[in-house]
Design a protein around this ligand. Structure first.
Ligand code: GUN
Length: 283
């Protein structure tokens, strides 16, 4: 068997179309504020992509580029200012932050109604209580991708490998809300394959290249690979790969590619979260 490819681009286009339509129906253009600290090349590139796609979807977008040594009170003052500004609908602080800026303090300083990352403790609590709110973009994007390709979740066994606050934990909460039976495993789980072989739907966000091999996957399972790593091939050429070994394609029923699977969904979902936040503030 060769797994069906769950490509992100068509599913992301559908989300972007929805964001564009809903943004156009509002009395003002939703305004996203992106805050970046320092010069981390990956963060620079991610924020540039978010800013460009926001504009393409008909949103307003402002990037705040702060120096690497910005003091915590200065960052919190900017978050206070944007939280109080009725013309700012969505606020995102790009991670990772330099070591002197504790993410928990920064995340708690954003108005939860504008917290388009879904990282504010109130939104985390709402997600786990099964209440409506803003949820993290990659986790929402994974569910949107599975929905786009008609992968059922209700009553199915879903295994999440990884427990980060950005992906593993929130995707587990969303799968539970979608009536899946959810197991969360991680790098300290003994005999990981015994757990992952139980999955009808396997979400892998552990941050370790090729952690999941073909023998760890139930034949026919839907596998979502959230990992992205730059490896050097035998000829010295760099290539991108995920947390899932390519051999899994011979066993799984469906598999997301890396790159081009979950990646495009995250930004599309961020824009949809921004529109949702604007609707709630303007409604
Ligand atoms: N860095 C990597 N992923 C994310 C994300 O989802 N949100 C933010 N703010 N930073 C990130």
């Amino acid at each position: 068997m060769t797994a069906a490819v769950l490509a992100g681009a068509p599913a992301a286009q559908a989300l972007l179309g929805e964001a564009r339509r809903r943004a156009a129906a509002l009395p003002v253009r939703p305004h996203l504020h992106l805050i970046r600290v320092g010069q981390d090349p990956a963060s620079l590139s991610y924020v540039r992509g978010k800013d460009r796609q926001a504009r393409e979807a008909g949103l307003r977008s402002t990037v705040h580029a702060l120096p690497e040594d910005v003091a915590l009170p200065a960052l919190l003052a900017l978050l206070d200012h944007l939280s109080a500004d009725p013309e700012a609908h969505g606020i995102l602080v790009q991670l990772p932050l330099p070591p002197h800026l504790p993410p928990a303090a920064v995340q708690a300083a954003t108005d939860p109604r504008k917290d388009v990352d879904g990282f504010h403790p109130l939104n985390v609590g709402r997600l786990w209580a099964g209440q409506p709110g803003l949820a993290p973009c990659t986790a929402l994007g994974i569910l949107a991708l599975l929905r786009h390709y008609g992968q059922p979740l209700s009553g199915r066994s879903a295994v999440v490998v990884g427990r980060s606050p950005i992906v593993g934990r929130p995707v587990a909460g969303l799968l539970l809300a979608a009536d899946a039976t959810v197991t969360v495993a991680h790098l300290r789980t003994p005999d990981l394959g015994r757990v992952t072989r139980d999955a009808d739907v396997l979400i892998v966000a552990a941050g370790q290249p090729h952690l999941i091999t073909a023998d760890m996957v139930r034949p026919g399972a839907a596998v979502v690979d959230v990992g992205i790593h730059r490896l050097t091939g035998p000829g010295g050429a760099p290539h991108l790969t995920g947390d899932v070994h390519p051999g899994v394609a011979q066993v799984a029923g469906a598999l997301t590619p890396v790159p081009g699977g979950v990646g495009p969904m995250t930004v599309a979902q961020l824009l949809l979260n921004t529109v949702q936040a604007a609707e709630a503030q303007l409604g």
